[in-house]
Design a protein around this ligand. Structure first.
Ligand code: ATP
Ligand code: MG
Length: 449
């Protein structure tokens, strides 16, 4: 007597699964997120397997495949690891397909590469390739059926494969629509198996939801080796690629690109792009933040305006809102800048996002400068982490930051105590936020307004 396939309900947000339908997911608390999926009834035969001692494992796997796009290599941690599965996510139209086609094109000279396209026809891919300057060596498979895609990859065994996108892959056995939780999870699982067993490095493109999370179950992010997020302002030309997760490298590295008619152009010197301030204005401060191993100059802007609201607004773009609230509180308590009756807006120019605590001091100085309507000196950069007591904490890799400031022709830096001296830059050490503000605002030569 054949047993009917068990029905499971899985949460589309967190992947929690249960045997009966519930209105609210016990895993993440989301409402109406449980969707039906059919578990496969085939019970696997359980054979035992021999164990392997780590000493016997061949570690020639350390080799990396250069993708031909230096900024992508940097974010991957020095190139693509063979047999790895990399998820590339990002807003619609940000340039995911362009980036990956550029990498495929560059790799196609020395390796076998395949582009599985479910979103665009082969002709559309060809048009894009022409715009990027060719790509004759790239094999294209316009297919959405998962079994066919996996069978082709197993037969062809390319070195690198791009699947654009995982949401279009479809396995008819599952019975749910393409892009549903069960389908996406199945597709990612099968691609993972192909990647590991047949040593194909696979990039999968994943769409993001309105909130910016990868559409489909969170399990997708756990499953893959790397999650890269491609972000940026769609209305401006530059894009930032960052690693959200990387099993083979740091997650702090970023790659910066500019979208041009001929594709994405890597920007080696992003400080030039984001840190150019022609004339000092109140509410603007230059941060020297560290993204991975790379120091980056960023302009932080603040606007402080009187508010009638019972709870004045704290709006952060490019900075963590919790961090902003903390800095506003520290400024009120320890630096005599009361902002209880004011809306505070902070924006990192150029649509970049900084998570690094070393940028705290720039946020604080931008707000202080806006509140007092006094500009900071031209050619002044700041860095340092702010503690809840109002003291500054030394920022990591101060020498590299100073070197970047010197390279960009800046003359003065306000930094936490303990920052080493620099031959070309006047380093003003500050122990507290209050001292840093005094040093930064005094340096402009104006008195408090
Ligand atoms: N001729 C062109 N000149 C400059 N930029 C272009 C040109 N053609 C396309 N673009 C840029 O490429 C972007 C689309 O890139 P792409 O198709 O790689 O994005 P995507 O992230 O794959 O989008 P989707 O989510 O729709 O798959 C457009 O938003 C546009 O900025
Ligand atoms: Mg695309």
């Amino acid at each position: 007597m054949a047993k009917a396939a068990a029905v499971l309900y899985a949460c589309s947000e967190c992947g929690y699964s249960t045997g009966k339908w519930l209105g609210r997911c016990p895993g993440c608390g989301g409402w109406s997120t449980l969707l039906e999926e059919r578990a496969s009834a085939a019970a696997a035969k359980k054979d035992s397997r021999p164990l392997l001692r780590l000493v016997d494992v061949e570690a020639a796997d350390a080799e990396r495949i250069p993708t031909g796009v230096p900024e992508l290599d940097r974010v991957l941690g020095g190139g693509l690891v063979p047999a790895s599965l990399v998820l590339v996510s990002g807003d619609p139209g940000i340039g995911k397909s362009t980036l990956l086609l550029m990498a495929l094109r560059a790799m196609s000279g020395a390796r076998k590469v395949v582009l599985v396209t479910g979103e665009e026809s082969a002709a559309q891919v060809k048009l894009r390739a022409d715009r990027l300057g060719g790509g004759e060596g790239v094999h294209v498979l316009a297919e959405t059926e998962l079994d066919a895609v996996c069978a082709t990859l197993e037969r062809e065994r390319p070195d690198v494969c791009v699947v654009d996108s995982v949401q279009t892959l479809y396995s008819p056995e599952l019975g749910s629509a393409p892009g549903s939780v069960a389908q996406v999870r199945e597709a990612a699982g099968r691609l993972l198996r192909v990647a590991k067993e047949h040593r194909v490095a696979v990039f999968v493109v994943g769409h993001v939801t309105k909130e910016g999370a990868v559409a489909g179950p969170r399990v997708l992010e756990h499953l893959v080796d790397c999650v890269l997020h491609f972000e940026g302002d769609r209305y401006r030309a530059h894009r930032v690629l960052r690693a959200v997760k990387n099993r083979f490298g740091s997650t702090n590295e970023i790659g910066v690109f500019e979208m041009t008619g001929a594709g994405l152009v890597g920007i080696e010197d992003p400080s030039e792009l984001f840190g150019r301030v022609e004339e000092a204005q109140p509410g603007s401060a230059l941060a020297c933040a560290l993204e991975g191993t790379r120091p980056l100059l960023l302009e932080v802007q603040a606007l402080v305006s009187p508010s009638d609201l019972a709870m004045p607004r704290r709006v952060a773009t490019g900075v963590d809102p919790k961090r902003l609230s903390m800095i506003v509180a520290v400024l009120g308590r320890h630096a005599g800048i009361a902002l209880g009756q004011a809306d505070v807006f902070v924006n990192v120019a150029g649509g970049v996002r900084v998570d690094e605590p070393g940028a705290d001091l720039a946020v604080a100085l931008a707000i202080a400068s806006a509140a007092r309507r006094v500009p900071l000196a031209t050619g002044l950069a700041v860095f340092g982490e702010i503690g809840l007591t109002g003291r500054l904490r030394a920022a990591a890799q101060a020498e590299r930051r100073l070197a970047e400031c010197a390279k960009m022709g800046l003359a003065q830096v306000v930094a936490p105590e303990g920052t080493p001296a620099h031959e070309r830059i006047r380093v003003t050490a500050a122990a507290t936020v209050r001292q840093a503000i005094d040093a930064g605002l005094d340096a402009s030569g104006s008195s408090e307004g």
